[in-house]
Design a protein around this ligand. Structure first.
Ligand code: 1HN
Length: 345
């Protein structure tokens, strides 16, 4: 491949003239913005052990009252992007949020899509678009773009959850903003009950729901049971995985990021192909290792890691006798919509 001219090859007075006129020569940067054959992600494979996060998050609970934080969150920042960018990957933001007994995180809505994966504790709830969703460990709760949401806590122990947002994308697109609102009055009815049984959907005089987000809470007990039954029924399957879907359309439950649960059989090793989207792994139950690029990451329950796009990953269940359950988030819906999704063997 042809070596291209460097910036230093140009006379200083010419470079100064370009600068003064807000102009930049393309050729010194061309290979950087458009590398040959495969992108060079800034996203690094990195793990955030819960054991390191938890004491610092509890300390945040002592240092900063909820009124001074609104959302008491420690952001899981990928050093490949620079910590101040608060990015796990190009489009994924991750944060661990703490709500203490009696606290309330007031109602607001915003343009980025969010989900919460409950990590520990009992008694908290999120009211999303008027639907009061109990938060139990492993539950996935959606707060899609534009929907009002607030969090409260009637229990007596700290509750922690993992927030996953497409905030870096919304920020880059210059569309990120929020609006504060009044406390919501929960209304009766819950999507996770209405759609609790696969294959039948609530129907009003032969008409199905037109809501873009008909289901807001995906209970872990149901996703876990689905994985265990899939594993039993299909011993031939290597990849025991479910996608969190919109039960009306069958499509992804949110527009930009994709969410999945994966079961590793006892002793299983599973290799995932290199794909264009970056991917986040969070251990709901058990332990697993994730090997990607040049990193080997050992994950215990509640640990989180991310891997860049264009990298294959080898997952291994740490236990020879128990299954391991992982929650995954990726950028696949976004890549597919943009026509940029690729898998490499
Ligand atoms: C947000 O609204 C929440 O509602 C959590 O719990 C994290 C990070 C950035 C912007 C908005 C929440 C957030 C957030």
């Amino acid at each position: 491949m042809q070596e291209l001219g460097r910036l230093e090859d140009l006379p200083q007075d010419y470079r100064d003239a370009l600068n003064r006129n807000h102009l930049v020569p393309l050729w010194p940067s061309l290979r950087n913005v458009m590398p040959p054959h495969v992108p060079r992600p800034r996203t690094r494979p990195i793990a955030w052990p819960y054991q390191a996060i938890r004491p610092l998050l509890m300390q945040a609970g002592e240092l900063t009252p909820i009124e001074k934080a609104e959302r008491r969150v420690l952001v899981l920042a990928n050093p490949g992007h620079g910590l101040e960018k608060m990015q796990a990957s190009a489009s994924i933001y991750l944060g661990m949020q703490l709500l203490l007994p009696g606290e309330w995180a007031p109602s607001h809505r915003h343009t980025p899509n969010a989900v919460r994966m409950v990590v520990e504790g009992q008694g908290a709830w999120s009211t999303v678009d008027g639907e009061k969703c109990p938060m139990e460990r492993g539950d996935l709760i959606l707060t899609p773009t534009g929907l009002w949401h607030e969090h409260g806590h009637d229990g007596d122990e700290p509750v922690v959850w993992l927030d996953v947002l497409d905030l870096p994308l919304a920020y880059y697109l210059e569309v990120a903003y929020h609006i504060d609102g009044p406390r919501q009055q929960p209304r009766p009815g819950r999507g996770d009950r209405a759609y609790a049984r696969g294959g039948v959907a609530p129907t009003q005089v032969f008409t199905r729901s037109a809501k873009p987000y008909p289901m807001l809470r995906y209970p872990w007990k149901d996703a876990r049971a689905a994985l265990l039954e899939l594993a039993t029924d299909r011993p031939d399957l290597d990849c025991v995985q479910v996608t969190y879907t919109n039960p009306e359309t069958g499509g992804d439950c949110e527009n930009i990021l994709g969410f999945y649960a994966l079961m590793l059989r006892p002793g299983q090793t599973l290799t995932l192909p290199a794909r264009s989207p970056a991917c986040v792994f969070h251990v709901i139950e058990g332990g697993a290792s994730v090997q990607a690029v040049d990193q080997h990451m050992e994950l215990s329950t509640a640990d989180t890691c991310c891997i860049p796009g264009w990298a294959s990953a080898t997952l291994r269940n740490a236990s020879a006798s128990e299954p391991a359950f992982l929650f995954l988030a990726d950028e696949a819906p976004l890549h597919r919509k943009l026509g940029l999704y690729e898998t490499r063997a």
